[in-house]
Ligand binder design. Structure first.
Ligand code: NAD
Length: 494
C-alpha cells in the first residue's frame, strides 16, 4: 500500500508531522491546485493536508468512472466477488492500523474504531457473497402469449457522498454493493475524515481494482463538486448519507434529472423502557446506544422514555454508569472521545443550557480530561425535560441523555410518531411479545428490541419519513445499485 496509514500512524502520539494526501482518480493519486487541513478532534492539531479538488477533478472522476464502467459491468459476477473478498481480507489484515486512523481523524474510542473497521469490512464480505446471487425472474405471461424475463442491471456511474461519523463504514456500505452490482463510483468523503476512505482505496488497489472503477474526490467545496455530478448525464445514481437538511437540498437538485437516489439521513431515535423491563439490561443497552461513538451516530438513542413506575431506579442506575465513563483522546483508552468540532461543542452546549434554563435538571455529568485542547463534551444525563424542547426532539449528536417519564402508552406512541425522523428506535421489555407489539407501533425503519445496537451488514438499514429513502445492507443495499429490466419475449415463431 502507499503507506498513508504508516505515515500518519508514525506521528500518532506527538502529532507533529503533517502528511500530504492526494485524491484518487482513474487509478492515479492526484494533487489539486490547493489543499485543506484535517484536524485531530482530540487535540485540534492538524494531522494532514489533503487535496482540495474542484470541478476539473470532479469531471475527471466521472470521465474515469464512465469509461471504466464499460469493462466493469460486463465482468462476471464471480470476478467482481473475488475483488470484494480480497478487499475484505485486506481490511481485516489492517484492522489495527485502520482503527488507529479512524480514531485519529474522527476521535471515537479505539474500541469503537476497531468495531467500525470490522463492521465496514463485513460489507465487502457480504456483497462478495451477494454479487453471485443477483436473482431475476422468469414466467409465462398470464395470457400465454409471451415469456416474461426480468433481470437486474447495474444502474451505472454512482455518486457516493458520505459523512464523518463512520469514516470507514459509510463508504464501505456504498462502495461494496455498488461494485458488486457492476457500477463504478465517484466518492466524496466528508472533509473532516477523508483519510480513512483514502486508506480503504489503497486496499482496493492492492486487491486489484481496475483504474477508474473507484474514484475518490476530496474537497471542502462539497456543494460545487456534488452539484456538478448531479448535473452530469453520465451519473445515474446518488447514494447520500448525511443530514436531513442537506439530503433535502440534494433531492431538489436531483429532481432536475429525475436521478435515482438512495438517502440515509438524520435520526433522533427514542429509547423506550416498558414497565417490566430488566433495568440492569436496559441501562447497559442504554449506555451502548447513547455513548457509542460519543453519541455521534445516526442510530444513537437520542432521548430516553421511561415508564413512571421504574423511572427513578432507571435514572439512578444510568447516572451511576455515566458518571463512570472516562472521557479523553482515544489513545488514552478513554470510553468517550471528543465531538467532531468546536462548532459541535458550541451547538450542544447551547441546547443543554437552553433546556436547563427551562427547568431541566442535570443528574449526572462526567469529567473532562485535564488537558482540554480537544473538542470534548462531558457525558450528561438530564431529567425534567420538556417533551417539546430541542433537547427532546432534535438530533443531539453528542453524549447527552435526556430522560422523560411516561405513563400512557397511546400518548407516548403518538408523541414519538410526531417526529419528522423515523430512522431507529429502541424498546426494552422482559416480555418479547410486548416489546415487539410496541416496536410495531413506532414509525421507524429499524427497532432494536432488548438491544443497544442494531446495525448489521446482512440486515436492511434505513429510515422512514425524513430519515431517508431506500435501504443499505442485505440484498436491499445491492438492489439500490441496480435497475430492473424486463424483456417481453415471443418465442412462438418457428
Ligand atoms: P452533512 O449532511 O453535513 O454532510 C454529509 C456529506 O454531505 C459530507 O460529505 C458533506 O461534505 C456533504 N455535504 C454537505 N453539504 C453539502 C451540499 N450542500 N451539497 C453536497 N454535499 C454536501 O452531515 P454530517 O455532519 O457529515 O453527518 C452527520 C449527519 O449524518 C447526521 O444528521 C446523521 O444522522 C447523518 N447520518 C445518517 C446515517 C444513516 O445511515 N441514516 C449514517 C450516518 C450519519
Amino acid at each position: 500500500m502507499t503507506h498513508l496509514i504508516q505515515d500518519l500512524m508514525g506521528s500518532v502520539g506527538e502529532l507533529v508531522e503533517t502528511s500530504s494526501v492526494r485524491a484518487f482518480i482513474n487509478g492515479q493519486w492526484v494533487n489539486a491546485a490547493n489543499s485543506f487541513e484535517v484536524d485531530d478532534p482530540s487535540s485540534g492539531a492538524t494531522i494532514a493536508s489533503v487535496a482540495n479538488c474542484g470541478l476539473n477533478e470532479a469531471d475527471a472522476a466521472v470521465d474515469a468512472a464512465s469509461g471504466a464502467g464499460r469493462a466493469w459491468a460486463p465482468l462476471s459476477p464471480l470476478q467482481r466477488a473475488d475483488l470484494l473478498h480480497r478487499t475484505y481480507a485486506l481490511m481485516m489484515r489492517d484492522e489495527d492500523r485502520l482503527a488507529d486512523l479512524i480514531a485519529l481523524e474522527n476521535g471515537k474510542s479505539r474500541s469503537d474504531a476497531a468495531a467500525e473497521v470490522r463492521y465496514a469490512a463485513q460489507f465487502f464480505r457480504w456483497n462478495a457473497e451477494e454479487a453471485v446471487r443477483i436473482e431475476g425472474h422468469y414466467a409465462i405471461a398470464p395470457n400465454g402469449l409471451s415469456r416474461t424475463v426480468v433481470s437486474r442491471t447495474p444502474v451505472g456511474v454512482a455518486a457516493l457522498v458520505t459523512p464523518w461519523n463512520f469514516p470507514a463504514a459509510m463508504p464501505a456500505r456504498k462502495v461494496a454493493p455498488a461494485l458488486a452490482a457492476g457500477c463504478t463510483v465517484v466518492l466524496k468523503p466528508a472533509a473532516e475524515t477523508p483519510l480513512t476512505a483514502i486508506a480503504m482505496v489503497e486496499l482496493l488497489v492492492e486487491a486489484g481494482v481496475p483504474a477508474g472503477v473507484v474514484n475518490v474526490v476530496t474537497t471542502v467545496d462539497a456543494a460545487d463538486v456534488v452539484d456538478r455530478w448531479l448535473s452530469d448525464s453520465r451519473v445515474r445514481k446518488l447514494s447520500f448519507t448525511g443530514s436531513t437538511p442537506v439530503g433535502r437540498s440534494l433531492l431538489r437538485t436531483a429532481a432536475g434529472r429525475v436521478l435515482n437516489c438512495s438517502m440515509e439521513l438524520g435520526g433522533a431515535a427514542p429509547f423506550v423502557v416498558l414497565p417490566d423491563a430488566d433495568l440492569g439490561h436496559a441501562v447497559r443497552d442504554a449506555v451502548i446506544a447513547k455513548f457509542r461513538g460519543g453519541g455521534q451516530a445516526c442510530t444513537a438513542a437520542n432521548s430516553f422514555h421511561v415508564h413512571a413506575s421504574v423511572a427513578e431506579e432507571f435514572v439512578d442506575r444510568l447516572a451511576s454508569e455515566v458518571g463512570r465513563l472516562t472521557v479523553g483522546p482515544s489513545r488514552s483508552g478513554a470510553a468517550v472521545g471528543p465531538l467532531i468540532s468546536a462548532r459541535a461543542v458550541t451547538r450542544l452546549t447551547k441546547t443543554v443550557d437552553d433546556a436547563v434554563t427551562h427547568g431541566a435538571q442535570i443528574v449526572a455529568r462526567g469529567d473532562l480530561p485535564g488537558d482540554c485542547s480537544g473538542y470534548f463534551f462531558p457525558p450528561t444525563v438530564l431529567t425534567d425535560v420538556a417533551p417539546s424542547s430541542s433537547l427532546a426532539t432534535e438530533e443531539l449528536f453528542g453524549p447527552v441523555a435526556p430522560v422523560l417519564i411516561w405513563d400512557d402508552t397511546d400518548e407516548l406512541v403518538a408523541r414519538l410518531n410526531r417526529s419528522e425522523y423515523g430512522l431507529a428506535a429502541y424498546v426494552q421489555s422482559r416480555d418479547i411479545a410486548a416489546g415487539m407489539k410496541f416496536a410495531d407501533r413506532i414509525d421507524a425503519g429499524m427497532v432494536a428490541v432488548n438491544r443497544g445496537v442494531l446495525s448489521d451488514p446482512a440486515a436492511p438499514f434505513g429510515g422512514m419519513k425524513q430519515s431517508g429513502l431506500g435501504r443499505e445492507g442485505a440484498q436491499h443495499g445491492l438492489h439500490e445499485f441496480t435497475e430492473i429490466k424486463y424483456l417481453s419475449v415471443d418465442w412462438s415463431q418457428d
